[in-house]
Every structure is written in structure tokens, then in C-alpha cells.
Design a protein around this ligand. Structure first.
Ligand SMILES: NC(=O)c1ccc[n+]([C@@H]2O[C@H](COP(=O)([O-])OP(=O)(O)OC[C@H]3O[C@@H](n4cnc5c(N)ncnc54)[C@H](O)[C@@H]3O)[C@@H](O)[C@H]2O)c1
Ligand SMILES: O=P(O)(O)OC[C@H](O)CO
Length: 332
């Protein structure tokens, strides 16, 4: 009986399965493609997503999702956010009745505008206390290379948060806990949008002042948005807020930064999507987050400008930490 199953064998699912296995958990990783499962199981490699990484011998992989779920005592989800609902609809009934369900994802569902924990709750009809989310400055390849890293596990249930944090830790990965699921999830979603903006200005050729201005104002924007939706302000200063913003905005390993960079270099939204080989969740989150902000009357100038650039309605070189229509000085 596995201690943990991870659904989704991309860069983060595979890395997180390694984190769990290296922490001593009997871990099964589900890969949609049989050849990917075979490569992980037999060669201890996932060359497409984690080049150069040798996976632990104790990690097992399968392409049979229902067999993977059978009797697993914790379930971790790491598929692209737009694919989660369908996966749960097809296979949610194979999840063991009391197993905590843990989202590793950082997106919102485009149609419903729901956070991933809300999609899980709605689709499986379970108590929110069974759900946890993991977030933080967690660039997959660095963690797969065992660089010391921290994350936060959030659940409304203290018992669930602690149970997951105890599993998801080892010599190089430490899990803190909190109970602010809204803030923890929105931190992960929104830093992707700021990273898109930072990528754009990097692609244009602007320097560190521009990036620092956008990151700092971006954090203010992210915080206003999250607090308006029920998050605790403190969470946005933690690993899932500021921590993840720093990691994602400062690294060429970030797919969101990379997508933004391509936009800044002049590629269109369609070209950028076509060139990305891994998921950049921010591209699908821009519109639903803009709608959620509008519904609460939250001002998000950086997000607005990223949306204009994506829509081809703004020249990337004009993106700034403020709207050019801001005539009156605004309090920082
Ligand atoms: N990579 C990171 O550094 C990182 C870190 C933290 C969080 N995340 C989050 O984890 C989530 C997954 O991202 P990733 O980095 O692993 O993406 P990825 O692009 O590396 O991999 C996505 C995986 O999902 C699989 N997949 C796609 N559609 C599927 C479906 N319908 N059913 C099952 N599998 C499907 C793909 O085959 C691939 O294996 C995202 O929400 C991302 O924001 C990623
Ligand atoms: O590659 P990104 O932009 O999806 O970012 C990965 C992680 O979320 C960083 O914490």
C-alpha cells in the first residue's frame, strides 16, 4: 500500500515524487504516457522534463491511474490546472475515502475562475479539511538537483496540513504549514502574472530598476487582490507570496518568465503558446484573474498591462509599474 501517489509526471509531479520518496515515503508516480512511466520505472529517468536527474530506486511509476490510486494514503495532484476537473471526474472515485488530497498546482480554472482546491472540493464533494495545497519558491529542476528549499503546506485542517508536511520533507526540502488556503493558492497563481511582466521587460532589454519596480508594485497588487478575496496579508509576505515571487521573477528556469520574455521580444500570444514545451499557467490565468479583480474592484495596473501585451494591444516597451494614464500621484 503506497504512502503517496502523485498524478502527473511533468517537471513538478516527477520532482515532488522524488521529494516524497527521498523522505522515505513509498511513492507511486502516474504518467499519462506508458513510455514515460516505463522510462521512469526502468531507467530512473524522466529525460523530457528533468534532464540529468537520476530518480530514486524506491520510486515506482505506472500509466494505470486507477491502480496507482488504489489504497494510496495521500494523493498529490500535478497536472495543468485546466486539466484537473476532467481527471477528477474520470478517476476521483478511485481515491481512498479518507486520503488527504493535495494540490501542487498554481493556476485557476479559466471557465469557473476557481482555485484548484475549490475545483477538488466541488468535483469530489468532499470536506475542505481533507484538502491541502503546497506552494512556495519551488523551481522544479533546482529541487530535483537537491538544492535546499522550503515550501508551505496549507489546509483548513491542522491535522491534514501536519500529515502532509511530515510526508513532504527530507534532507533538502522542508515543509512549513499554515491554514490560509486562499492566500497560499493565490500567491502561487498571481506571482506567475508578475513573472510574465518581468519576462516582458527582460525581453525588451530593460534593467534591474524596472524589474525591481514591477516586482515590488506587483507584490502590492497581489496582496490587495488576495486580501480582497479573503486571504491573510501575512501570507503574502511568506514563502507562497514574496518567496515565490522572488524565485519565479528571477529565474530563466521559470516558464512564466520565459513566456513573458518571448512576448517582450515581439512574439504574439499564439507564437508563445506554440513555442512553450511546458505549461506556463500564467497565460491561462490572466483573463480569469482580471475578471476576479474587476468583480472586487481591485486595481491591478501590472496585470492590466500584461493582458494588453498578450492581446496585442500594447507595445511591450511601454509596460511600466504604473498605468501611463495615472495622472495624479498615487500613494505607495
Ligand atoms: N515545474 C515547476 O517548477 C512547478 C513548481 C511548482 C508548481 N508547479 C505547478 O505544477 C503544475 C504542473 O506543472 P508542471 O511544471 O509539472 O508542468 P509540465 O508542463 O512540466 O508537466 C505537465 C504534465 O501534465 C501532463 N498532462 C497534461 N495534460 C494531462 C491530462 N489531461 N491528464 C494527465 N496528465 C496531463 C503532461 O503530460 C505533463 O506530464 C502547474 O500548475 C504548475 O504551476 C510547477
Ligand atoms: O516555471 P514556473 O513559472 O511555472 O514557476 C515554477 C514554480 O511555480 C516556481 O515556484
Amino acid at each position: 500500500m503506497p504512502d503517496a501517489v502523485v498524478l502527473g509526471a511533468g517537471s513538478w509531479g516527477t520532482t515532488f515524487a522524488k521529494v516524497l520518496a527521498d523522505g522515505g515515503a513509498r511513492t507511486v508516480l502516474w504518467a499519462r504516457r506508458p513510455e514515460a512511466a516505463r522510462e521512469i520505472d526502468e531507467s530512473r529517468r524522466n529525460t523530457r522534463y528533468l534532464p540529468g536527474i537520476t530518480l530514486p530506486a524506491s520510486l515506482h511509476a505506472t500509466s494505470d491511474v486507477r491502480a496507482a490510486l488504489a489504497d494510496a494514503s495521500q494523493v498529490y495532484l500535478a497536472v495543468p490546472s485546466q486539466q484537473l476537473r476532467q481527471l477528477l471526474r474520470e478517476h476521483g472515485d478511485a481515491i481512498a475515502p479518507d486520503a488527504p488530497i493535495v494540490s501542487l498546482m498554481k493556476g485557476v480554472e479559466a471557465d469557473s475562475r476557481l482555485r484548484m482546491s475549490a475545483v477538488i472540493e466541488q468535483e469530489l464533494g468532499i470536506d475542505p479539511g481533507r484538502i491541502a495545497v503546497v506552494s512556495g519558491p519551488n523551481l522544479a529542476l533546482e529541487i530535483a538537483q537537491e538544492h535546499p528549499t522550503a515550501a508551505v503546506v496549507s489546509s483548513t485542517s491542522d491535522e491534514t496540513a501536519r500529515a502532509v508536511a511530515k510526508r513532504a520533507r527530507n534532507d533538502y526540502f522542508h515543509s512549513f504549514i499554515n491554514h490560509d488556503v486562499i492566500g497560499t493558492e493565490f500567491g502561487g497563481v498571481l506571482k506567475n502574472l508578475v513573472a510574465l511582466a518581468i519576462g516582458v521587460v527582460d525581453g525588451v532589454g530593460y534593467g534591474e530598476n524596472t524589474k525591481a519596480s514591477i516586482m515590488t508594485r506587483g507584490l502590492a497588487e497581489v496582496t490587495d487582490f488576495a486580501v480582497a478575496h479573503g486571504a491573510e496579508r501575512e501570507t503574502m509576505r511568506g514563502l507562497a507570496g514574496l518567496g515565490d515571487l522572488i524565485a519565479t521573477c528571477g529565474s530563466p528556469l521559470s516558464r512564466n518568465f520565459t513566456a513573458g520574455r518571448l512576448l517582450g521580444m515581439g512574439y504574439s500570444r499564439t507564437d508563445v503558446i506554440a513555442r512553450m514545451e511546458q505549461v506556463a499557467e500564467g497565460l491561462a490565468s490572466v483573463d480569469p484573474v482580471a475578471q476576479l479583480a474587476a468583480a472586487k474592484g481591485v486595481r491591478m495596473p501590472i496585470l492590466e498591462q500584461v493582458k494588453l501585451v498578450l492581446d496585442g494591444a500594447m507595445d511591450p516597451k511601454d509596460i511600466a509599474p504604473h498605468l501611463t494614464t495615472d495622472d495624479e500621484p498615487i500613494k505607495e
